[in-house]
Design a protein around this ligand. Sequence first.
Ligand code: GTP
Ligand code: MG
Length: 188
Amino acid sequence: GLRKKEVNVLCLGLDNSGKTTIINQLKPSNHSSPLGPFSEEWKHVSQTQTQEIVPTIGFNIEKFKSSSLCFTVFDMSGQRRYRNLWEHYYKYNHAVIFVIDSSDKLRMVVAKEELDTLLSHEDIRSRKIPVLFFANKMDLQDAMTAVKVSQTLCLENIQDKPWYICGSSAIKGEGLQEGLDWLQEQFG
Ligand code: GTP
Ligand code: MG
C-alpha cells in the first residue's frame, strides 16, 4: 500500500506565545473539543490532552497521523536561552508553524527579529517550505488583528515561500482548524 507522507513540522515563536497550547488542542480529549473534526480524523500517537501547560524546556516531539500524512511536530521552547536550539532542526523540517502573541505589542519587534533570523538562515532561505503563522490570543481585548500582525512582521516580503496567517485563540480552539487545513493542502 501507499506509505503515509512523513512531514516534520517545526513550531517556533517567542515564549508565552501559545505554541504548546495550540499543539495540545490538536490532541484528542475526553471533553467535547472545539476541534472535533481534526481530532476525529487525526490520531495523536501517544497521550491525550494535558490539563496544565507549562513553559517548554528545550523541546517536545508530538506525532499526529491522518489518512495520508504523518506529522511530527517539534514544539520548541521560545525562551531566549533555548532559541539557539531552533536552527539545528531547520534542515530536517518540511514546514514551520510560527506563533505570535498578538497582545504582546512590546515584544512584536523581538518576534520580527527572530522571524527574520529564521528566514535568512541558510537551511531555510533557499527552500520553498510552507510557513503557517498563527496570530494567537485573539480572545484578548488588546490583541492586534491578524492583518496588523502581518503588517508589523512585514510578511508581504516573503515571496519565495508559501505562507499563510490566521488569527487564533488556542484556549478557545478557534482558528486552528483553518491554519491546519492550509498546511495539509501544501502536502496534498
Ligand atoms: P514556551 O514553551 O515557553 O515557548 O511557551 P509557549 O509558546 O509554548 O506558550 P504556552 O502554550 O505555554 O502558553 C503560554 C500562556 O499563554 C499559557 O498561560 C496559556 O494558557 C496562554 N495562552 C495560550 N494561548 C492562548 C490564547 O489563545 N489566548 C489566551 N488568552 N491565552 C493563551
Ligand atoms: Mg511551549
